[in-house]
Write a protein that binds this ligand. Sequence first.
Ligand code: MGP
Length: 240
Amino acid sequence: MSGDHDTEEAPPEVHHYNNIGEVPWDIQNYWSQRYKIFSKYDEGVWLTDDAWFGVTPEPVANEIAEHIAKSAPSSRSILVDAFAGAGGNTIAFARSGRWKRVYAIEKNPAVLQCAKHNARIYGVDHQITWFEGDSLQIVNNQLKELGPFSVLFASPPWGGPGYRSDKVFNLSTMEPYSLATLYGEYSLFTGLMVLYLPRTSNVKQLAKLVNDGQTATVMHYCMEGASKALCIYYGGFDLD
Ligand code: MGP
Protein backbone atom coordinates (compact mmCIF):
# COMPACT_ATOMS: atom_id res chain seq x y z
CA MET A 1 0.00 0.00 0.00
CA SER A 2 1.12 3.57 -0.61
CA GLY A 3 -0.29 7.06 -0.24
CA ASP A 4 -1.90 9.02 2.58
CA HIS A 5 -5.23 7.21 2.71
CA ASP A 6 -4.19 3.81 4.02
CA THR A 7 -4.89 4.08 7.71
CA GLU A 8 -8.00 1.91 7.25
CA GLU A 9 -7.75 -1.83 6.73
CA ALA A 10 -8.43 -3.21 3.21
CA PRO A 11 -10.53 -6.40 2.99
CA PRO A 12 -8.49 -9.39 1.70
CA GLU A 13 -9.89 -9.21 -1.87
CA VAL A 14 -9.01 -5.50 -2.18
CA HIS A 15 -5.61 -4.49 -3.56
CA HIS A 16 -3.48 -1.56 -4.47
CA TYR A 17 -0.90 -3.08 -6.83
CA ASN A 18 2.39 -1.21 -6.97
CA ASN A 19 4.17 -3.14 -9.72
CA ILE A 20 3.18 -5.42 -12.57
CA GLY A 21 4.74 -8.44 -10.89
CA GLU A 22 1.94 -8.35 -8.30
CA VAL A 23 -0.87 -8.08 -10.88
CA PRO A 24 -2.85 -11.17 -12.05
CA TRP A 25 -2.22 -11.75 -15.79
CA ASP A 26 -5.83 -11.15 -16.86
CA ILE A 27 -5.87 -7.60 -15.49
CA GLN A 28 -2.35 -6.54 -16.47
CA ASN A 29 -3.77 -4.79 -19.56
CA TYR A 30 -6.02 -2.70 -17.28
CA TRP A 31 -3.27 -2.07 -14.72
CA SER A 32 -1.04 -0.63 -17.46
CA GLN A 33 -3.82 1.93 -18.11
CA ARG A 34 -4.20 2.68 -14.38
CA TYR A 35 -3.56 6.44 -14.61
CA LYS A 36 -6.25 6.74 -17.31
CA ILE A 37 -8.62 4.84 -15.07
CA PHE A 38 -7.75 6.80 -11.89
CA SER A 39 -5.32 9.72 -12.28
CA LYS A 40 -4.73 9.57 -8.52
CA TYR A 41 -3.94 5.84 -8.65
CA ASP A 42 -0.64 6.31 -6.83
CA GLU A 43 -2.40 7.95 -3.88
CA GLY A 44 -3.52 4.46 -2.90
CA VAL A 45 -6.56 3.68 -5.07
CA TRP A 46 -8.24 0.40 -4.10
CA LEU A 47 -9.78 -2.13 -6.47
CA THR A 48 -10.85 -5.75 -6.35
CA ASP A 49 -9.54 -7.82 -9.26
CA ASP A 50 -13.03 -8.06 -10.79
CA ALA A 51 -13.71 -4.34 -10.47
CA TRP A 52 -10.95 -3.41 -12.95
CA PHE A 53 -13.04 -4.62 -15.94
CA GLY A 54 -15.96 -2.33 -15.25
CA VAL A 55 -14.43 0.95 -14.06
CA THR A 56 -15.18 3.91 -16.31
CA PRO A 57 -11.86 5.62 -17.13
CA GLU A 58 -11.61 9.03 -15.49
CA PRO A 59 -11.68 11.22 -18.66
CA VAL A 60 -14.78 9.35 -19.86
CA ALA A 61 -16.44 9.57 -16.43
CA ASN A 62 -15.73 13.32 -16.34
CA GLU A 63 -17.16 13.84 -19.82
CA ILE A 64 -20.33 11.92 -18.96
CA ALA A 65 -20.68 13.86 -15.70
CA GLU A 66 -20.34 17.14 -17.60
CA HIS A 67 -22.93 16.13 -20.22
CA ILE A 68 -25.46 15.04 -17.61
CA ALA A 69 -24.81 18.14 -15.48
CA LYS A 70 -25.54 20.52 -18.32
CA SER A 71 -28.37 18.64 -20.02
CA ALA A 72 -30.54 17.62 -17.06
CA PRO A 73 -33.44 19.94 -16.09
CA SER A 74 -32.42 22.31 -13.29
CA SER A 75 -35.29 20.98 -11.15
CA ARG A 76 -33.31 17.74 -10.74
CA SER A 77 -30.83 18.07 -7.88
CA ILE A 78 -30.04 14.44 -7.06
CA LEU A 79 -27.90 12.00 -9.00
CA VAL A 80 -28.36 8.29 -8.31
CA ASP A 81 -25.50 6.07 -9.47
CA ALA A 82 -27.16 2.66 -9.51
CA PHE A 83 -23.99 0.57 -9.98
CA ALA A 84 -21.17 2.44 -8.27
CA GLY A 85 -18.49 -0.24 -8.65
CA ALA A 86 -15.14 1.11 -7.44
CA GLY A 87 -16.43 4.67 -7.73
CA GLY A 88 -15.24 5.93 -11.15
CA ASN A 89 -18.54 7.55 -12.17
CA THR A 90 -19.71 8.41 -8.64
CA ILE A 91 -16.55 10.43 -8.00
CA ALA A 92 -16.93 12.30 -11.30
CA PHE A 93 -20.58 13.15 -10.52
CA ALA A 94 -19.61 14.48 -7.09
CA ARG A 95 -16.68 16.45 -8.54
CA SER A 96 -18.96 18.13 -11.10
CA GLY A 97 -20.47 20.18 -8.25
CA ARG A 98 -23.87 20.09 -10.00
CA TRP A 99 -25.70 17.88 -7.48
CA LYS A 100 -27.04 18.59 -4.02
CA ARG A 101 -26.36 14.95 -3.23
CA VAL A 102 -25.04 11.87 -5.02
CA TYR A 103 -26.51 8.50 -3.99
CA ALA A 104 -24.33 5.51 -4.86
CA ILE A 105 -25.41 1.87 -4.75
CA GLU A 106 -23.12 -1.18 -4.83
CA LYS A 107 -23.97 -4.79 -4.06
CA ASN A 108 -20.50 -6.17 -3.35
CA PRO A 109 -19.33 -5.00 0.12
CA ALA A 110 -15.61 -5.15 -0.77
CA VAL A 111 -16.17 -3.15 -3.97
CA LEU A 112 -18.26 -0.65 -2.02
CA GLN A 113 -15.37 -0.22 0.41
CA CYS A 114 -13.12 0.52 -2.59
CA ALA A 115 -15.56 3.18 -3.83
CA LYS A 116 -15.72 4.87 -0.43
CA HIS A 117 -11.95 4.79 -0.05
CA ASN A 118 -11.39 6.11 -3.59
CA ALA A 119 -13.94 8.91 -3.03
CA ARG A 120 -11.94 9.96 0.05
CA ILE A 121 -8.79 10.11 -2.09
CA TYR A 122 -10.61 12.49 -4.45
CA GLY A 123 -11.97 14.52 -1.51
CA VAL A 124 -15.66 14.04 -2.40
CA ASP A 125 -16.81 11.39 0.10
CA HIS A 126 -18.85 13.94 2.10
CA GLN A 127 -21.11 14.58 -0.93
CA ILE A 128 -22.08 10.94 -1.37
CA THR A 129 -24.60 8.71 0.44
CA TRP A 130 -23.68 5.04 0.05
CA PHE A 131 -25.99 2.03 -0.12
CA GLU A 132 -24.96 -1.60 -0.02
CA GLY A 133 -27.39 -3.88 -1.81
CA ASP A 134 -29.35 -4.61 -4.95
CA SER A 135 -29.70 -1.61 -7.23
CA LEU A 136 -33.27 -2.27 -8.40
CA GLN A 137 -34.56 -2.86 -4.89
CA ILE A 138 -32.87 0.15 -3.32
CA VAL A 139 -33.99 2.53 -6.06
CA ASN A 140 -37.63 1.49 -5.84
CA ASN A 141 -37.80 1.10 -2.05
CA GLN A 142 -35.33 3.17 -0.02
CA LEU A 143 -34.94 5.96 -2.59
CA LYS A 144 -38.49 5.91 -3.97
CA GLU A 145 -39.46 9.38 -2.67
CA LEU A 146 -36.49 10.99 -4.40
CA GLY A 147 -37.52 9.89 -7.90
CA PRO A 148 -39.13 13.18 -9.03
CA PHE A 149 -35.97 15.11 -8.08
CA SER A 150 -33.47 12.62 -9.49
CA VAL A 151 -31.52 11.65 -12.54
CA LEU A 152 -30.53 8.00 -12.57
CA PHE A 153 -27.24 6.81 -14.07
CA ALA A 154 -26.57 3.09 -14.45
CA SER A 155 -23.39 1.38 -15.58
CA PRO A 156 -24.57 -2.22 -15.13
CA PRO A 157 -22.57 -5.43 -15.51
CA TRP A 158 -22.40 -6.49 -19.16
CA GLY A 159 -21.76 -10.13 -18.36
CA GLY A 160 -17.95 -9.75 -18.25
CA PRO A 161 -15.23 -8.81 -20.77
CA GLY A 162 -16.55 -11.56 -23.09
CA TYR A 163 -19.03 -8.95 -24.36
CA ARG A 164 -16.41 -8.13 -27.00
CA SER A 165 -16.91 -11.43 -28.85
CA ASP A 166 -20.39 -10.33 -30.06
CA LYS A 167 -20.34 -8.18 -33.18
CA VAL A 168 -23.65 -6.66 -32.11
CA PHE A 169 -24.27 -6.85 -28.37
CA ASN A 170 -27.67 -8.31 -27.49
CA LEU A 171 -29.12 -6.19 -24.71
CA SER A 172 -32.00 -8.59 -24.13
CA THR A 173 -29.67 -11.35 -22.93
CA MET A 174 -27.36 -9.06 -20.92
CA GLU A 175 -26.59 -10.66 -17.53
CA PRO A 176 -27.71 -10.33 -14.81
CA TYR A 177 -30.17 -7.58 -15.89
CA SER A 178 -31.45 -7.13 -19.44
CA LEU A 179 -32.00 -3.65 -20.88
CA ALA A 180 -35.78 -4.13 -20.65
CA THR A 181 -35.53 -5.06 -16.95
CA LEU A 182 -33.32 -2.08 -16.12
CA TYR A 183 -35.43 0.36 -18.11
CA GLY A 184 -38.72 -1.02 -16.75
CA GLU A 185 -37.63 -0.90 -13.11
CA TYR A 186 -35.87 2.47 -13.28
CA SER A 187 -38.82 4.04 -15.14
CA LEU A 188 -40.89 3.45 -12.00
CA PHE A 189 -38.41 5.71 -10.20
CA THR A 190 -37.65 8.47 -12.72
CA GLY A 191 -38.20 9.36 -16.37
CA LEU A 192 -34.66 10.70 -16.66
CA MET A 193 -32.06 7.99 -16.98
CA VAL A 194 -28.68 7.47 -18.59
CA LEU A 195 -27.42 3.95 -19.24
CA TYR A 196 -23.73 3.16 -19.92
CA LEU A 197 -23.62 0.20 -22.31
CA PRO A 198 -21.29 -1.62 -24.73
CA ARG A 199 -20.19 0.39 -27.77
CA THR A 200 -21.58 -2.45 -29.94
CA SER A 201 -25.06 -2.36 -28.34
CA ASN A 202 -27.97 -3.21 -30.61
CA VAL A 203 -29.37 0.23 -31.47
CA LYS A 204 -32.77 -1.18 -32.49
CA GLN A 205 -33.18 -2.58 -28.99
CA LEU A 206 -32.26 0.82 -27.54
CA ALA A 207 -34.81 2.57 -29.78
CA LYS A 208 -37.63 0.15 -28.99
CA LEU A 209 -38.02 1.70 -25.55
CA VAL A 210 -38.69 5.19 -26.91
CA ASN A 211 -42.38 6.10 -27.24
CA ASP A 212 -43.77 7.62 -30.45
CA GLY A 213 -42.95 11.32 -30.71
CA GLN A 214 -40.25 11.14 -28.05
CA THR A 215 -36.50 11.17 -28.58
CA ALA A 216 -33.48 9.55 -26.99
CA THR A 217 -29.83 10.36 -27.59
CA VAL A 218 -26.97 7.90 -28.03
CA MET A 219 -23.56 9.33 -27.27
CA HIS A 220 -20.31 7.46 -27.88
CA TYR A 221 -17.51 8.16 -25.42
CA CYS A 222 -14.06 7.83 -26.93
CA MET A 223 -10.44 7.67 -25.89
CA GLU A 224 -7.57 7.86 -28.36
CA GLY A 225 -9.98 7.83 -31.30
CA ALA A 226 -11.85 4.68 -30.30
CA SER A 227 -15.24 4.32 -28.65
CA LYS A 228 -15.00 2.90 -25.13
CA ALA A 229 -18.73 2.67 -24.58
CA LEU A 230 -21.98 4.47 -25.33
CA CYS A 231 -24.55 6.20 -23.16
CA ILE A 232 -28.22 6.29 -24.00
CA TYR A 233 -30.06 9.31 -22.60
CA TYR A 234 -33.75 8.56 -22.03
CA GLY A 235 -36.13 11.37 -21.03
CA GLY A 236 -35.92 15.14 -21.13
CA PHE A 237 -32.22 15.89 -21.46
CA ASP A 238 -31.21 18.96 -23.43
CA LEU A 239 -28.09 17.76 -25.22
CA ASP A 240 -27.96 20.28 -28.09
P1 MGP B 1 -12.93 -3.12 -22.66
O1 MGP B 1 -13.55 -3.44 -23.97
O2 MGP B 1 -12.74 -4.25 -21.72
O3 MGP B 1 -11.56 -2.36 -22.80
O4 MGP B 1 -13.79 -2.05 -21.94
P2 MGP B 1 -10.87 -1.61 -24.04
O5 MGP B 1 -9.69 -0.92 -23.43
O6 MGP B 1 -11.83 -0.77 -24.79
O7 MGP B 1 -10.45 -2.83 -24.89
P3 MGP B 1 -9.60 -2.88 -26.19
O8 MGP B 1 -8.55 -3.88 -25.83
O9 MGP B 1 -10.55 -3.35 -27.24
O10 MGP B 1 -9.06 -1.50 -26.43
C1 MGP B 1 -14.08 -0.78 -22.47
C2 MGP B 1 -14.78 0.00 -21.39
O11 MGP B 1 -16.00 -0.65 -21.14
C3 MGP B 1 -14.07 -0.02 -20.06
O12 MGP B 1 -13.26 1.09 -19.95
C4 MGP B 1 -15.18 0.02 -19.06
O13 MGP B 1 -15.52 1.36 -18.79
C5 MGP B 1 -16.33 -0.59 -19.78
N1 MGP B 1 -16.73 -1.92 -19.34
C6 MGP B 1 -16.19 -3.11 -19.67
N2 MGP B 1 -16.93 -4.09 -19.09
C7 MGP B 1 -16.68 -5.49 -19.23
C8 MGP B 1 -17.97 -3.52 -18.43
C9 MGP B 1 -19.07 -4.03 -17.70
O14 MGP B 1 -19.29 -5.22 -17.50
N3 MGP B 1 -19.92 -3.10 -17.21
C10 MGP B 1 -19.73 -1.77 -17.38
N4 MGP B 1 -20.60 -0.93 -16.88
N5 MGP B 1 -18.69 -1.27 -18.06
C11 MGP B 1 -17.82 -2.14 -18.59
